[in-house]
Design a binder for this molecule. Structure first.
Ligand code: AHG
Ligand code: MN
Ligand code: MN
Length: 329
């Protein structure tokens, strides 16, 4: 009889190999439980009429969907119950949420449901998260951490049931939800590395924004796009998921040339802490890289506020480095 390796078994081995505490296991257990409940609500949501808008806007002025709220409450609930989290920064709450200030060991940043425009079509969305650790020795314990200080980041692709997890200095691993609702690691799935061979590389960006990009970015696209296939599903979680296996580049550049200047987004659209850093951290562990509009490494950006935005270019090193040169003119 063949038994698959469960996600928690994989993590237990990992922690023991690295002589680490079990606190991180308790945290990840809470996170995966939350992901399964989001999965359940997403799959059954059409019957319960929760796939529509909530009728309110969030701190960022964006329409909140009922599923955004449901997913956020689920994650907060299990994080709180875990007792491991000092403070959580979530897309759906204006301020950081204090959970266990004294006993917690971790800071967590998350987007409970990424790709909201896919909800009403039941198409892929994601629960994206990143984890930093309390500074156990030092005096200063700031919840706004640079991506380079993260210990882990992951994406649950929902409802597809695939979980990608990057662990600091250890690599990227994939787990699949089986019939018993257990995330398991198939024998065939080893450390995930972005392919170096450009044959499979793809480009991913919202093409309708193209004329709004800087001249440098438009020129690069003009010169290079014929070399690659183009794929875009409108959820970073899904688009990045694909990119990790195929290589290439996902870009959400700064919007600087909009015909209605009030619609420009010189800082880009995606959020640093729970979107760009998650992708950048996973990319780094898979051999890739991520930069912003100035060509800075995303993981080096010092966050100033919970919901700050950034432009994002993430993917295979040679492509992103080419873009970096252009951006720096
Ligand atoms: P969210 O649904 O969490 O607000 O995030 C949406 C983000 C991201 O998932 C995606 O890559 C991007 O918005 C898509 O934006 P466009 O619709 O402008 O292409
Ligand atoms: Mn998002
Ligand atoms: Mn979201």
């Amino acid at each position: 009889m063949k038994l698959e390796q469960s996600f928690m078994d994989f993590m237990l081995q990992h922690q023991e190999r690295h002589h680490r505490s079990y606190n991180f296991l308790v945290l990840l257990e809470a996170i995966q439980t939350a992901a399964k409940y989001i999965q359940y609500f997403y799959q059954t949501g059409s019957m319960k009429n929760v796939m529509g808008e909530a009728g309110v806007t969030n701190i960022q002025g964006e329409n909140v969907m009922k599923m955004d709220d449901i997913a956020d409450s689920i994650v907060l609930h299990y994080l709180k119950r875990s007792n491991q989290v000092i403070c959580a920064i979530t897309e759906e709450e204006a301020d950081p949420v204090i959970l266990n200030e004294e006993g917690g060991r971790y800071f967590i940043y998350y987007d409970p449901l990424d790709g909201s425009s896919n909800i009403k079509h039941n198409l892929p969305v994601g629960f994206m998260f990143a984890v930093a650790k309390r500074n156990l020795e030092g005096p200063e314990d700031n919840h706004l951490r640079r991506g380079s200080e993260l210990r882990a980041a992951g994406i649950f692709l929902i409802p597809n049931g695939v979980f990608t997890l990057a662990l600091a200095d250890s690599g990227v691993f994939r787990f699949h939800l089986d019939e018993t609702m257990t995330y398991v690691k198939p024998d065939s799935s080893d450390n995930l590395i972005m392919p170096e061979n450009p044959k499979s590389w793809e480009l991913s960006f919202n093409a309708s924004n193209r004329k709004t990009f800087s001249a440098a970015v438009q020129d690069w696209l003009e010169e290079n796009e014929q070399k690659y296939s183009f794929r875009y599903m409108g959820s970073l979680a899904g688009d990045f998921h694909r990119l990790l296996s195929n290589g290439g580049m996902f870009l959400y550049p700064a919007i600087v040339n909009h015909s209605k200047p009030e619609k420009n987004r010189p800082k880009g659209k995606l959020r640093l802490l729970y979107e760009a850093d998650v992708a950048a951290f996973i990319a780094r562990e898979a051999g890739g890289i991520a930069i912003d509009e100035e060509g800075r490494d995303i993981l080096d950006i010092e966050p100033e506020s919970p919901h700050q935005r950034t432009a994002l270019y993430v993917g295979s090193k040679p492509l992103v480095e080419e873009m970096r040169k252009r951006l720096r003119g």
